[in-house]
Design a protein around this ligand. Structure first.
Ligand SMILES: C[S@@+](CC[C@H](N)C(=O)[O-])C[C@H]1O[C@@H](n2cnc3c(N)ncnc32)[C@H](O)[C@@H]1O
Length: 240
């Protein structure tokens, strides 16, 4: 399944309910991320980059609680972005958010952001340079010292830990009202399309992309959340 199919109109419409049944502590993850960003920046009117803005969870949750924050949301799925746009409109927040249907590397790098998030996105990309390219495209658009939140599925591939946690996750998921057929499809998709890497590799990728001071703040079975800071060192590899 491609990312376009995964977040097509039908699935995008079901996303908000489904994600809460799938990720233990989904809202707590966003809430903690917000406080880490709030205390991690001293910008007066912070401009946030939300990479993989989906149906607008980060932007709406953060905007309602931080009147002085403004947002640029980026997501290649027009269906997810349409839902985000409607949600922000309904909440009266659309003036404070710009939504770009596409990719972070398409944004100009002339006005760096004061903070950024990449929540539940990078695990869809293979670790063949794509994960790093996405992190670098974000890092290149952040002010030195600014806070960054990353959340992703993570584990060593083909490891006993992965098998053990998938088994428990599947058992938990089976209690959410999902049909047996859809449950099998969901976990086939996870096996085929999630590009798991262990935490050490996530930390390494963050460092390679120019982030420092990485700390894990969230853990829910295979889901992890990390806070890092855009470093001050000059990067020698190309600009993406
Ligand atoms: C699981 S959703 C997460 C949405 C949101 N961050 C949240 O916490 O609910 C993943 C989103 O990442 C988007 N996405 C996939 N590849 C991406 C990429 N290379 N850059 C930015 N977003 C991407 C998908 O279209 C989808 O909307």
């Amino acid at each position: 399944m491609t990312n376009e199919e995964r977040f097509d109109e039908e699935r995008a419409g079901r996303y908000d309910l489904w994600i809460r049944k799938t990720i233990p502590g989904y809202e707590a993850l966003h809430d903690m991320a917000m406080f880490l960003l709030r205390t991690g920046t001293d910008a007066k009117n912070p401009r946030l980059l939300v990479a993989g803005s989906g149906t607008g969870m980060e932007i709406s949750y953060f905007a309602e609680r931080n009147a002085e924050w403004t947002f640029t949301g980026v997501d290649p799925s027009s269906e997810m972005t349409a839902i985000a746009g409607n949600r922000l409109e309904e909440l009266g927040l659309s003036k404070r958010a710009r939504l770009h249907t596409g990719f972070v590397h398409e944004l100009p790098a002339t006005e760096p952001f004061d903070a950024a998030t990449l929540i539940l996105v990078m695990h869809f990309l293979p670790d063949d340079g794509e994960k790093l390219a996405l992190l670098e495209s974000i890092s290149a658009r952040m002010k030195p010292g600014s806070p960054f939140i990353l959340a992703d599925l993570h584990a060593e591939k083909d490891s006993p830990k992965l098998d053990r946690f998938i088994e428990a996750w599947k058992a938990r998921q089976s209690t959410t009202g999902i049909t047996a057929e859809d449950l099998e499809k969901m976990f086939d998709d996870i096996h085929e399309n999630i590009h798991f890497v262990p935490e050490e590799r996530i930390v390494e990728l963050l460092e390679e992309a120019g982030f420092t001071e990485t700390h894990r703040f969230y853990n829910a079975m295979l889901f992890g959340g990390w806070v890092a800071r855009k470093g001050f060192r000059l990067r020698v590899s190309g600009f993406r």
